[in-house]
Design a protein around this ligand. Structure first.
Ligand SMILES: Nc1ncnc2c1ncn2[C@@H]1O[C@H](COP(=O)(O)OP(=O)(O)OP(=O)(O)O)[C@@H](O)[C@H]1O
Length: 254
């Protein structure tokens, strides 16, 4: 569903992403991990069509650069780390923006667009916030609204950049479980970045470890979350414990 070949991205004159190869199969969940500045968000932004790149990116059978903006928006939805929020916008209207790629140019939203927004708000437990201005929400509440907008878009590919960084552990689990359930129900393909390694490993089918703009390891959580790889690329001492749903990564004092 996503095929990235020899991806190179230059920003401010520096080579930030250097020869990345990445595949995500239809219905698969792949999470990119790596230290701060490794290039995770940049790779995700490239797949979302938001930064110029060299190399190739294909979504299904189509090269990303051959899709129009509208086609791209119907194919993939992005939850960015800190999206720009239009001032004074109500939660409901913001989530409704997710329906834009489905509304004909110069047309109005249909009853089914509104029903889709209602459903997403209900699923994410956001109905009580529908009439609130977005900037009055807490960081975690806002993050759920960003996810709601992406889900309202009904795209087959979901790009999640640190989707749970502002959430308490209860909402973290709720959101990830929800994405996982939707993946099963709607056949979503998920490409995410995450810092919490244990959680990342629990939900991903496969992981990619990025360091200095290059892929330095890829495979299952058990293959990637090893004390040795993490020590080398994060400069951290960790103990990796075999857990029920994958490795548990616990930092230990030096
Ligand atoms: N416009 C830019 N000009 C120059 N350098 C940039 C630009 N945008 C990003 N970078 C650099 O690219 C590198 C990769 O950034 P990116 O946001 O992709 O990293 P990341 O792995 O997502 O990091 P984090 O975990 O901190 O979110 C960083 O060193 C960043 O400073």
């Amino acid at each position: 569903m996503i095929a990235v070949r020899d991806l190179r991205i230059r920003l401010g004159g520096a080579l930030i992403v250097d020869g990345v190869e990445l595949d995500v199969a239809d219905g698969e969940w792949v999470t990119i991990i790596g230290p701060n500045g490794a290039g995770k968000s940049t790779v995700l932004r490239a797949v979302g069509g938001l930064v110029p790149y060299e190399g190739s990116i294909a979504l299904g059978d189509t090269a990303l650069d051959r899709l129009t903006r509208r086609e791209r928006a119907r194919t993939l939805a992005t939850v960015a780390q800190s999206p720009v929020v239009p001032p004074a916008m109500l939660v409901y209207d913001y989530v409704l923006l997710g329906r834009s790629p489905h509304i004909p140019p110069l047309g109005r939203e249909s009853a089914s667009d509104l029903a889709q927004v209602d459903e997403v708000l209900a699923v994410l437990d956001l109905e009580a916030f529908a009439g609130r201005r977005l900037e009055t929400l807490s960081g975690g509440e806002r993050q759920r609204v960003f996810l709601a907008r992406a889900l309202a878009q009904e795209a087959r590919i979901l790009l999640l950049d640190e989707p749970t960084s502002a959430l308490d552990i209860g909402h973290q689990q709720e959101v990830l479980e929800l994405v996982d359930r939707l993946r099963a129900e709607r056949g979503l393909t998920v490409l995410a970045t995450m810092h919490d390694l244990t959680t990342a490993g629990e939900y991903a089918d496969r992981m990619v470890l990025l360091s200095g703009g290059r892929v330095v390891a890829k495979g299952t959580a058990r293959e990637v979350l090893t004390a040795e790889l993490l020590a080398r690329h994060y400069r951290v001492r960790v103990r990796v414990i075999d857990g029920e749903h994958g490795p548990l990564v616990v930092p230990v004092r030096r």
